[in-house]
Design a protein around this ligand. Sequence first.
Ligand code: NAP
Length: 358
Amino acid sequence: MPAWVIDSYGGNDVLRYTTNASFPIIHYPNEVIVRVHAAGLNPLDVSMRGGYGAASLSMKRDPMNLQQKGSEFPLILGRDVSGVIMECGLDVKYFKEGDEVWAAIPPWKRGSLAEFVVLSANEISHKPKTLSHSDAASLPYVGATAWSALVHTGGLTKENCAKKRILILGGSGGVGTFSIQMLKAWGGHVTVTCSQSAEPLVRGLGADHVVDYTAGPVEVALSTLEKFDMILDNIGGDTESWALGLLKPWSGAKYVTLVTPFLQNTDLLGVADGMMQTSITVVSKVLKHLWKGVHYRWGFFIPNGLALEDISEMIRAVVEAEFPFSQVPQAFQKMQEGHARGKTVVHVAEGWGDNSEH
Ligand SMILES: NC(=O)c1ccc[n+]([C@@H]2O[C@H](COP(=O)([O-])OP(=O)(O)OC[C@H]3O[C@@H](n4cnc5c(N)ncnc54)[C@H](OP(=O)(O)O)[C@@H]3O)[C@@H](O)[C@H]2O)c1
């Protein structure tokens, strides 16, 4: 089948188009094969192209560690998919062939930059009819991440969100544009940091207050505001040295960061030592902040088909850039340059009938 693969980790030059990628196989009775119409890209795809997370993702693909180093190649990237079910495993009841579905693909599975992909039925949802495949492919990964960070880790729900003050550090990218909409739909008061050029975008999505982080020290501008019930940090770096001071102390307020050293630690130290180092780091940070009356947490993507169905009606897709299947390297280049204003999507269906090697 046609696919973009990598045979080693590196820069954009490792991306290779082939018409001979192996056809995916249903291994478990709850799996389905999806014919991909559109694939969404995430910063993780660019990082994984360079080898980020290879140690722990290889372990997840092959828990007994029986295979040789490098056996993950040829690797297919692409974490978001919108497409049509071609085949269902024997235990699949809720879906049937021909159903339009969307999903976020866990990073240890073969991705969506291919004509077909295999997923578990609990990872997919029926695609809303109102969304095109392109729009649908822009939402699942950031949606599942935002849901995991805000709801599971942050403790927000549609019932308790009203009037809560939430700060999103980095509101103009994929996770930020999704989170603003979700929190506004639940009645929260949302403050966002972003570049000045992104202010119209985030205001259009409902942000109540916008702070331009390029105009001066952002922590100084934020410290003049009323304190927050929750902070979602999409930026990382030195943010956690000042952000927790912006929370209301002794009120259950939480800081959740999506930028964690987990995969980097396992890459550098190996899986066992990396996980040990990660546990020590997170426990010491949680305790350090707990005695100041605020909660420090790490947020992670968790696949969640049901959450997608729940939130699909309140969210609009923010697709910044669309590429044909022949231009996957250009799509990666765009991602790599940063400054996202929403999402980047690849039209895979346009590549189905194309047999020329690129
Ligand atoms: N832990 C997990 O499982 C998980 C899951 C998903 C994502 N993530 C991570 O979460 C982060 C956000 O993901 P994403 O998909 O939303 O990324 P993205 O689409 O690339 O968006 C990042 C946004 O942040 C803006 N930005 C950069 N520096 C900033 C700063 N100092 N203050 C405010 N805004 C700034 C960028 O625009 P400008 O540069 O133009 O300002 C861009 O709009 C990434 O680091 C990603 O790797 C983690």
